[in-house]
Design a protein around this ligand. Structure first.
Ligand SMILES: Cc1cc2nc3c(=O)[nH]c(=O)nc-3n(C[C@H](O)[C@H](O)[C@H](O)COP(=O)(O)OP(=O)(O)OC[C@H]3O[C@@H](n4cnc5c(N)ncnc54)[C@H](O)[C@@H]3O)c2cc1C
Length: 456
């Protein structure tokens, strides 16, 4: 007997069963808080034909294929046992383990060591990968324009990360007077500068501008520089200065942690590093950093972390983004404006809960990015099943888990929440932190390459 979809629809409606029919469009616009049990899901699966499922299959489009995008894409596929089409569009065809960029300038890591091609990973998990850049998002039409043609979607995940906001002060960026390490190309270029510096050493300035949030990387690069100077026998000849917008040492853009300021102070003293804190930068001339108060620091080598902003494609989408181009999200990681558009990782806006004399940003690190991607994937799967998207986790409530490397030493940073008020927060210094970062790099690259996104 040939059963039509129409007939089945009526039959299931009669049986009180909600059908995966495109007409019911089980999105936030029509869905109710109905819970679907695993039994009910299995029943539904076994009582719909392949043809019906293909007709009603939803499409999830993910922009960006790094920490957030890769995790969200594979998780949503798993959550729905493959019964969903997932496409990832990313301007990079490589996964980049950004935490290891701090080692690239010193020749301790190459591109090949800390990247892998994402195509095979997605293929293994039945996720379509398109190596292209998203150029326009139309949330009303549920369509994204890309350099490889348009992509329609039922649900969209924006995981396009950051771009350097070099405009914050003149003298940063391409052709500028200071290096940075926030992208692979930047880090390679910073390495070329480092080798030239080794030939003709001078003083060194490492810093983070007003509005920057990636302070962990600035500290790591600072301590790694100190270590490398020692190894090169240059430590006594070179004055090393840390310049930061943070109100105090170890603020990290997260308000600091118990004993963090004194611990960082001890580290700096031991390494004979000067610190200029709570300061804005004005501009960088060749060999000279000029601060907002007019004072200046001369250097033979400088690495300065700029603030991040979201991608232009996000900023240009009406109603979606804040002034920095980050998507305004709820704690379900749905955008504030559209129930079917999600954003995770650096692309998602976070409200800074304090005002510091010099503005500081929030570090949107890897662990919260993964957590957000899981929440978003769970909610999309729920919406597709016709349930309410009720998984939620506010950014500030996600635990802080970070390892800060210092060359042959380091600090493990753990806190129950990214943002205060917290119950617990601890910094554990010692060489085990360096070993842990080395081990974590290998583990994480393996985990992501194999799409083992359910692992911690
Ligand atoms: C130097 C450095 C060190 C760091 N160290 C640590 C650390 O030790 N621990 C930690 O937890 N976190 C660390 N972080 C933070 C970590 O890198 C971020 O949390 C993480 O990268 C966020 O992942 P994401 O997927 O949101 O964005 P990203 O990693 O930035 O990925 C965004 C992806 O989107 C793609 N994309 C961009 N624009 C488009 C577009 N228009 N269309 C399609 N694709 C697009 C990009 O090519 C990229 O693949 C560090 C960051 C930096 C810069």
């Amino acid at each position: 007997m040939c059963t039509t979809v129409e007939h089945l629809f009526e039959q299931r409606k009669h049986q009180g069963e909600q059908l995966f029919d495109v007409r019911t469009a089980p999105t936030e616009r029509t869905n109710g808080p109905t819970r679907t049990t695993p039994e009910r899901r299995a029943w539904r699966h076994s009582h719909t034909t392949q043809g019906e499922r293909a007709m009603s299959r939803k499409k999830v489009l993910v922009l960006g294929g790094n920490f957030g995008g890769l995790t969200a894409a594979i998780t949503v596929k798993h959550e729905l046992h493959g019964d969903v089409d997932v496409t990832v569009v990313s301007s990079s065809d490589e996964f980049l383990f950004t935490p290891s960029l701090i080692w690239v300038p010193f020749g301790k890591r190459t591109r090949a060591d800390i990247t892998f091609k994402v195509g095979p990973t997605f293929e293994e998990h039945d996720v379509e990968f398109v190596h292209a850049e998203a150029t326009a998002i139309d949330p009303e039409a549920r369509r994204v324009e890309t350099t490889a043609g348009p992509q329609d979607y039922d649900y969209l995940v924006i995981a396009t990360g950051y771009r350097n906001r070099f405009e914050v002060i003149p003298g940063l960026g391409e052709g500028g007077n200071a290096h940075t390490i926030t992208t692979m190309d930047d880090a390679i270029h910073a390495g070329e500068g480092w080798r030239q510096f080794r030939e003709k050493p001078g003083d060194v300035v490492i810093g983070a501008t007003q509005g920057a949030g990636c302070f962990g990387a600035a500290y790591e690069f600072l301590f790694n520089t100190s270590y490398q100077l020692k190894k090169a026998g240059l430590k006594d000849r070179v004055k090393l200065t840390y310049v930061s917008a943070e109100p105090f040492l170890g603020h990290f853009g997260i308000g600091g942690l118990p004993h963090g300021e004194s611990l960082l102070g001890m580290f700096l003293k031991k390494e004979k590093i000067d610190a200029v804190l709570d300061t804005a930068m004005d501009h960088v001339d060749e060999g000279r950093l000029v601060l907002a108060d007019g004072s200046a620091l001369d250097f033979g080598y400088a690495m300065i972390i700029p603030p991040f902003s979201g991608q232009e494609v996000v900023r240009n989408t009406p109603k979606l983004a804040d002034d920095n181009g980050f998507v305004k999200v709820r704690d379900t990681y749905q955008s504030e404006a559209y129930d079917d558009v999600y954003a995770v990782g650096v692309a998602a806006a976070v409200d800074v809960p304090w005002q510091t004399p010099t503005p500081v940003g929030i570090p949107k690190t890897g662990f919260p990015t993964e957590q957000q991607a899981h929440v978003a994937a769970t909610n999309i799967a729920a919406q597709i099943r016709g349930e309410a998207p009720d998984a939620h986790k506010a950014f500030g409530d996600i635990p802080a888990v970070c390892v800060m490397d210092a060359g042959n030493n380091g600090v493990i940073i753990l806190a129950d929440k990214m943002l205060p008020p917290r119950k617990h927060g601890v910094l554990i210094p010692g060489p085990q932190a360096h070993a842990m970062k080395l081990g974590f790099e290998k583990y994480f690259l393996w985990k992501m390459k194999h799409g083992q996104v359910r692992l911690p």
